[in-house]
Design a protein around this ligand. Structure first.
Ligand code: FES
Ligand code: FES
Length: 231
């Protein structure tokens, strides 16, 4: 520390800002206070987090300050939950917690331990799309698709509670979800069509387009080379 009191030391300070950082903060991000080292960013405690996600039980070790969106994407693996703004303004990260739509970017995972969480992956019925998913596909409720998981979850939460919503009630249910592609009208139509299916008035629509036939039903063969090229 004599370096700070001698003239030579002062010159060093002026000439070498990297040296100042190393002396002030230490090489491991710790600030030197007298002869003690104080952690600048104390590590979060680890806790066991248990919840049911899409009907599967999870018990995982998380940081006590972990955000639900991060836990779902990075540890549970439900990548259908999208990170849009990370600020609670876009609705991309909407999930259902015990049936209620919530923004997972604004929710600490520890606050929703022991709950039942439904993400967009949990809406499908086995290998088949849920009515709300099929209707978004058929009626243009999804275009680029980035906002779609949040809309689907928010819409499903509405239909679970109210299978005969008015357009106004739909607008209110999705007012926290932003879409830059569709103009919202097709989303409202998709939800109204899904509501008809929930009420048993119409059947689930088929796929928007027929599946393409498999061009290689016998599996991939030898790659064909252009004429004039040896194999
Ligand atoms: S990512 Fe959560 S509201 Fe935008
Ligand atoms: S479909 Fe592109 S943002 Fe909504």
């Amino acid at each position: 520390m004599t370096i700070f009191t001698s003239n030579r030391g002062l010159n060093l300070i002026h000439l070498n800002p990297i040296l100042i950082c190393i002396l002030s903060y230490g090489v491991a991000g710790e600030r030197v206070v007298g002869s003690e080292y104080v952690k600048m960013t104390p590590a979060a405690e680890k806790n066991i987090w248990s919840a049911t996600v899409n009907t599967k039980s999870f018990e995982i070790l998380i940081n006590s300050n972990a955000v639900l969106l991060d836990v779902l994407r990075d540890q549970v693996g439900t990548l259908g939950v999208k990170r849009g703004c990370d600020l609670g303004t876009c609705g991309c990260c909407t999930v259902m917690i015990d049936g209620e739509p919530r923004l997972s970017c604004l929710c600490l995972a520890g606050q929703v331990s022991e709950t039942s969480i439904t993400t967009v992956e949990g809406l499908a019925i086995g290998a088949h799309l849920a009515p709300i998913q099929a209707c978004f596909a058929k009626y243009g409720g999804s275009q680029c698709g980035f906002c779609t998981p949040g809309f689907l979850v928010a819409s499903q939460a509405l239909l679970d509670e109210n299978p005969s919503p008015t357009d106004q009630e739909i607008s209110e249910a999705i007012e926290g979800n932003l879409c830059r592609c569709t103009g919202y009208q097709q989303i409202i139509e998709s939800i109204q069509e899904a509501a008809k299916i929930h009420r048993g008035e119409v059947a689930i629509p088929g796929p928007a387009s027929d599946p393409h036939p498999d061009p290689h039903p016998g599996g991939p063969g030898e790659p064909s080379m252009p004429p004039g090229h040896a194999k």
